[in-house]
Design a protein. Structure first.
Ligand SMILES: *[C@@H]1O[C@H](CO)[C@@H](O)[C@H](O)[C@H]1NC(C)=O
Length: 391
């Protein structure tokens, strides 16, 4: 039987880390900048956009006898008057115009920016022909900017799967004369900065020509982008390669092109102390044998890195019949050791009864994982000799 809902409680851990900042943002959101002409998309589009929901690399098995694999896959753009052009890493298509891509293969599958996949408004058409797949997107806007990928399919009878290693992708810009940034529904986006975990600020521009800079709100300064600590990629946005606490705060991007200058969505960067390892709890009962009517204390403690939140959960014998549970949680710094702390949860059982006899399990969890420890407590009846006159 699972001791706890791991994913749920993991989320709570993150939330507790974010809570303080969230309050600040709420206040902040009321005085938001609005970019003129920006049309917010439904929030689901935003959600889709914000994450690399792209296909996860499947285990690429060596394909020996695949005939389809031999077929050279090739992505071309169909231009006006039936002209074809082999695409490179990026292409630009004027907004309003039609994007038409062809990918050699039988069959092929496509992946498009998540927002397009979710908001099917009839502008996207995908057709499989005898020797190639065709993707057509009409009435394009800056919001369609993103990665378009063709996957040749490997088929055995009717069972087909994508050949991830043969995928051909092209990043398509739709330069929008009014919108330098790909529109976003959110006024701000909360991004976690984790220790040693590259973080992307996805301020995606619609034009590869736009000059993009990174800015901090308070104090209002331009953030230096040196290409090492922070780098910029026109297809991705800014990447903070090794986040540190001083990177946290409210940041946004500014794009300029010609005489247009626009701000992106705001990114609220929150530094989360990421633990190196799951916690190693130690459990200790005040006594392994308690007499009915006495009080019992079971403590569970974790020695860990400073500012790493530990969540405790208890399983105990009286749980089924709804014995009330009292816990006291505390955090104390550890003297001597650098940046360490002891987190502790104490389970208090007042006036022990027979039902409290059994195994006490403490589960400690941090963002890296959970570990349970247990101890057995025996409840013994009161000695008859101690209760004269009671029958
Ligand atoms: C594209 O735009 C034209 C002109 O505004 C409109 O008539 C047409 O229905 C649109 N097509 C789609 C598929 O949205």
């Amino acid at each position: 039987m699972p001791l706890m809902n791991l994913s749920g409680s993991k989320w709570r851990l993150v939330l507790s880390a974010l809570l303080v900042c969230a309050v600040i943002f709420e206040l902040d959101a009321q005085e938001q900048r609005t970019t003129p002409g920006r049309t917010p998309k439904p929030s689901k589009a935003k959600l889709g956009r914000s994450k690399n929901k792209g296909p996860r690399a499947a285990t690429a098995k060596p394909k020996t006898k695949a005939t389809a694999a031999q077929a050279e896959s090739l992505l071309t753009q169909v231009l006006n008057r039936g002209k074809f052009k082999k695409v490179g890493e990026t292409i630009s298509v004027q907004t309003g115009n039609t994007l038409e891509l062809r990918c050699r293969g039988k069959p092929v599958q496509w992946s498009v920016p998540p927002y397009l996949e979710e908001d099917d408004d009839g502008r996207l058409k995908i057709v499989q022909h005898e020797r190639y797949g065709a993707l057509t997107l009409v009435n394009t806007t800056g919001a369609d900017t993103g990665e378009y990928t063709c996957y040749p399919m490997y088929c055995e009878d009717t069972d087909c799967r994508k050949e991830y290693n043969k995928a051909v992708k092209v990043f398509v810009f739709f330069p929008d004369p009014q919108e330098l940034f790909v529109p976003s529904s959110a006024y701000y986006e909360v991004i976690q900065l984790r220790t040693n975990w590259p973080t992307v600020l996805p301020c995606q521009v619609t034009s590869p020509e736009a000059k993009v800079t990174l800015h901090r709100e308070y104090p209002p300064v331009e953030v230096a982008v040196d290409g090492t600590e922070i780098s910029f990629n026109v297809r991705k946005g800014f990447t903070i390669h090794r986040p540190r606490p001083y990177h946290a705060g409210a940041l946004y991007c500014i794009a300029s092109l010609g005489n247009l200058r626009q701000s992106s969505t705001k990114y609220m960067l929150i530094y989360v102390n990421y633990p190196m390892a799951p916690p190693a709890p130690v459990i200790y009962a005040s006594s392994s044998s308690v007499t009915v009517g006495e009080n019992l204390r079971v403590s569970c403690s974790v020695m860990g890195e400073q500012d790493v939140v530990i969540e405790f959960n208890w399983d105990y014998p009286g749980q089924q019949i709804g014995r009330p549970l009292y816990t006291q949680e505390s955090i104390s710094p550890v003297s001597g050791g650098p940046a360490r702390q002891q987190s502790q949860s104490v389970l208090l059982v007042d006036e022990v009864r027979d039902v409290d006899s059994g195994t006490y399990i403490c589960t400690a969890q941090n963002l890296q994982g959970a570990k349970s420890v247990s101890t057995i407590v025996k409840v013994v009846p009161k000695a008859k000799a101690n209760k004269p006159g009671v029958r």
